[in-house]
Design a protein around this ligand. Structure first.
Ligand SMILES: NC(=O)c1ccc[n+]([C@@H]2O[C@H](COP(=O)([O-])OP(=O)(O)OC[C@H]3O[C@@H](n4cnc5c(N)ncnc54)[C@H](OP(=O)(O)O)[C@@H]3O)[C@@H](O)[C@H]2O)c1
Length: 517
């Protein structure tokens, strides 16, 4: 039985603390969003920009220029975004500020292959209405299907939009930056090609490759927690840690994106990006300084230290699964092969568990288990550090029931927080050990809602902080490691079926330690 202790931080005055807002020193700029009528723009980007404005983190002279195929006027576009902000923004109690916000919004209909469209964007950016108040600063956001990344980037280059205000002699010099959405490639070759295309037009410091997981407070806290607390930081190695379990469980299925998911599978959709980000932040060495390049250097070193997986190692390294008809939260759901746009004999994985090894002095001998799954029993993202037992297990040898390994559980979402699991003597005459958890909850400790991931990342790109964005070598090293897993796995790691609403296939424990409960 697991009992929960009161938060150790309760009563320490922390519940009065508000999250620290980022610097308010943000420059004016024009944000050009390609794909402005799409889901991402409506659900995430524009609500995040509105929330930044409400928090005073968007310069008053910001311009937002939406670009997409559907013909519509500025007014129609603003009306659609008002509805999105009402539904998806954090600051819904400040909707009166939307009339101020919408003055910054403009729309330009074009297809992404239309040269006249890029000429028109250039004319707009150089017009007095945009150029002067924004001091020539421009941030492009590629919120489009990935197949349009290269055509848009090439056109930005050809029409002089990638270095639009360079060499004007102004101080500070105007900046031009570009945010590229995920997925960044679908394997090593395509990621290299995309990097080459991007870097032919933009310099690396202009490029912000986004993975919204890095914008989450709890993900950033992995680094802060381990590097600011010697009690834990000193145990963060193979002397004390037995294994590390990183899991991203979703209760949703493919949500109408069957065509995309069938092509991508869970390895491309979740593992190469989100799980690898969690792994590199958990495993990296302390950086020489807490700034972008030093942190990215350490993350890349983790990826370069991953023990390469040979084809014949695959059966011992990965378990794949696919969900069948079942129930999630009491609601019947169909199996993956019955979802729209999925072939009846699809071999695509909706679940994987992988065992990876990091070959360096800190982690040699400590397995990292990475698990991702759709239609699981609940939505939950965790990093779980399991510590080694004492060399001599006094109580276990005496046959005392209840001994458990010490575990540190970092809850990324939901119920963001940290739990420490340990054993105590159960009150009473007989010697019984009860496993208990000491829990810290962000929600209990901080009253104000933390910023959304996209708020943080948009703000960082606006102020020019690339710490939470992936560098070109990081992306390429992660795809390089993934290569053996992206081939035909039907024989080497056949699909195991699991009922929707459960925690994945039974066979998942075959590749090593069972997943902790
Ligand atoms: N949605 C999310 O929650 C989410 C999360 C993480 C990452 N992403 C990434 O974000 C990107 C966008 O995703 P999304 O879900 O927003 O896609 P989406 O809903 O399909 O939107 C695509 C956008 O691109 C425009 N477009 C497509 N073809 C065009 C063309 N030939 N010319 C001009 N405009 C064109 C569409 O314009 P019209 O509608 O006017 O035709 C629309 O504005 C993808 O790379 C995705 O992987 C999305």
């Amino acid at each position: 039985m697991t009992s929960s202790l009161q938060s150790p931080f309760q009563g320490a005055g922390l519940s009065e603390v508000q999250p620290t807002p980022p610097s308010t020193d943000t420059p004016p700029l024009t944000i050009v969003i390609f794909g402005a009528s799409g889901d991402l723009t409506h659900r995430k980007l524009v609500p995040a920009l509105f929330d930044l404005m409400v928090d005073g983190l968007l310069h008053p002279e910001t311009r937002i220029l939406g670009v997409a195929r559907s013909p519509k006027t500025h007014e129609e576009f603003r009306g659609e975004l008002r509805a999105s902000v009402q539904t998806f923004a954090r600051s819904t109690n400040h909707l009166d500020l939307f009339s101020e916000f919408e003055k910054k919004i403009f729309y330009h209909p074009m297809t992404f292959d239309d040269p006249n469209g890029y000429t028109a964007i250039r004319t707009t950016l150089l017009s007095d209405e945009f150029r002067k108040p924004t001091r020539g600063n421009v941030l492009y956001y590629l919120a489009t299907p990935p197949s349009y990344f290269v055509p848009i980037i090439r056109n930005l280059g050809s029409f002089g939009l990638a270095k639009i205000n360079e060499d004007t002699g102004e101080t500070p010099a105007p900046f031009t930056r570009i945010i590229v959405e995920k997925p960044f490639g679908r394997d090593l070759a395509s990621a290299r090609d995309l990097n080459r295309e991007v870097l032919q037009v933009f310099a690396e410091p202009q490029v912000y490759r986004i993975d919204h997981y890095l914008g989450k407070e709890t993900v950033q806290n992995i680094v802060v927690f381990r590097l600011s607390n010697p009690v834990f930081g000193n145990l963060w190695n193979n002397v004390f840690v037995k294994s590390v379990h990183i899991s991203v469980h979703e209760s949703v299925g493919v949500e109408g994106r069957g065509g995309y998911f069938e092509e991508a599978g869970i390895l491309r959709d979740m593992v190469q990006n989100h799980l690898f980000q969690l792994m590199t932040l958990t495993a990296m060495e302390p950086p020489v300084a807490f700034e972008a390049e030093s942190i990215r250097d350490e993350k890349v070193k983790v990826l370069r230290s991953l023990k390469p997986v040979r084809i014949d190692d695959l059966p011992r390294t990965i378990v794949r699964g696919q969900y069948t008809v079942g129930e999630v939260d009491g609601v019947p759901v169909q199996g993956y092969r019955n979802e729209p746009k999925i072939p009846p004999l699809s071999d695509t994985s909706t679940f994987v568990r992988m065992k990876v090894e990091i070959q360096n002095w800190r982690w040699a001998g400590v397995p990292f288990y990475l698990t991702a799954g759709k239609r699981m029993s609940k939505r939950e993202t965790l990093v779980r550090i399991v510590f080694k037992d004492f060399p001599f297990a006094l109580f276990r040898l005496a046959g005392t029931p209840g001994t458990v390994p010490n575990e540190l559980i970092i809850r990324i979402q939901p119920n963001e927080g940290i739990a420490l699991r340990f054993g105590i003597k159960k009150p009473g005459g007989s010697l019984m050990i009860d496993p208990v958890e000491m829990n810290f909850s962000y929600q209990q400790a901080y009253r104000a809602q933390a910023p959304e991931a996209y708020e943080r990342l948009l703000h960082d790109a606006i102020v020019g902080d690339s710490t939470l964005f992936a560098r070109n070598d990081e992306v390429e090293n992660s795809w390089n490691f993934m290569a053996p897993f992206l081939g035909d796995l039907t024989k080497l790691s056949p699909l195991r079926f699991y009922t929707a609403g459960t925690d994945g296939p039974e066979e998942q424990d075959r590749i090593g330690e069972p997943s902790p409960a």
